[in-house]
Design a protein around this ligand. Structure first.
Ligand code: AHZ
Length: 313
């Protein structure tokens, strides 16, 4: 027999302050004399702008920049922020709403499928799932994404700049070898980035950092941004181009090949499929979480070297 479900009495009392008095014949309720604490509009404005501009100032020199807050970028941010609380991590997300394509499963369905062993990441972030043997199912993709995002945003060493687009990369040429190293990102408000064709003189802002993780996905208005830019600046000859759907081949390939593609730039998630000519996997998300884990590890492997190069400039 199903055990009885405990029912919380309505209304749920979150305020102890129930000293309501009323002149009318209506019975007093705790809402009768309810009022918020006072505020002036400029106080609200300053509460927001002072913090935002303080963050812009603080993160103008970051330790790691993550481009794209989809399932891969957020997973990378979680691992990095947890393992290295000493690192300043800026996440730049073009959309107003972070999360990329991870708010739904395939074809706009709710459930999110992850093949094992990606359930270990779900255990780590405490997202419940149904175990189906070789794979697990989270009842709603939004449960995964909102839980992961809430954990990432709580880390004191992480700042999310959303509605902000990376529209170029900062580069440095090694005088001895001629090799190009990626040394930061060029940013702009996304709405400005979208209007470079019809407005002039809208120069960008910059963030310097020794290493970047690019996880811009494969589609959308700015998809595969960093790897496309590597081609146009001649760092790599051409893109492999994403191949057709093959879940089994695609997920292993994306995780295994997540790496530092050129000095200072680690690429993960579906952006990798564009550079490597890997298959797509469609609506299964284990590779995105584990590519994020591997991207974080790839950063930590080279961080000291890249930081030294960055500091020597
Ligand atoms: O808004 C983009 C999205 O949130 C953001 N982004 C893209 N270009 C950017 C730029 N500056 C700042 N230039 C940018 N942000 O990057 C995020 C990418 O998220 P995503 O969910 O598209 O990519 P992902 O690689 O994390 O996950 C891919 C999910 C897919 S697609 C797919 C298939 O079609 O086969 N399968 C999976 C699992």
């Amino acid at each position: 027999m199903t055990p009885p479900v405990a029912v919380t009495p309505y209304p749920i009392s979150i305020f102890e302050n129930t000293k309501a008095k009323t002149q009318s014949s209506e019975p007093a309720s705790k809402w009768t004399n309810f009022t918020f604490n006072p505020i002036r509009e400029s106080t609200v404005s300053r509460a927001m702008t002072s913090r935002y501009f303080e963050d812009l100032n603080k993160y103008a020199e970051s330790d790691v920049v993550i481009i794209g807050a989809g399932s891969c970028g957020l997973s990378a941010a979680y691992i990095l922020a947890k393992q290295r609380p000493d690192l300043k991590i800026a996440i730049i997300e073009a959309g107003v709403a972070p999360g990329g394509g991870a708010w739904l499963g395939g074809q706009l369905f709710s459930a999110m499928v992850m093949r094992k062993p990606a359930e270990k990441f779900l255990d780590e972030i405490e997202v419940p799932y149904e175990d189906e043997g070789d794979y697990v199912v989270v009842k709603h993709a939004a449960l995964f994404t909102s839980t992961l995002m809430s954990k990432v945003l709580r880390f004191p060493n992480v700042k999310l700049f959303n509605a902000t687009t990376v529209e170029d990369l900062i580069t440095r040429k090694d005088p001895a070898t001629g090799e190009i190293r990626i040394a930061g990102v060029v940013t702009n408000w996304t709405l400005v980035s979208m209007h470079h064709d019809d407005q002039s003189c809208m120069d960008p802002n910059t963030i310097n950092c020794p290493i970047i993780i690019s996880t811009t996905g494969h589609d959308g208005p700015f998809g595969a941004f960093s790897v496309k830019r590597l081609v146009s600046m001649g760092n790599i000859e051409r893109l492999g181009g994403m191949r057709g759907l093959d879940m089994k081949a695609a997920e292993d390939a994306i995780v295994k090949r997540t790496r530092e593609v050129v000095p200072g730039l680690v690429v993960g998630g579906m952006e990798l499929s564009e550079i490597d000519g890997a298959n797509r996997m469609g609506p299964t998300f284990g590779a995105m979480a584990l590519s994020g884990v591997k991207a974080a590890e790839s950063v930590l492997e080279v961080f000291d070297l890249r930081k030294k190069q960055n500091d020597e400039e």
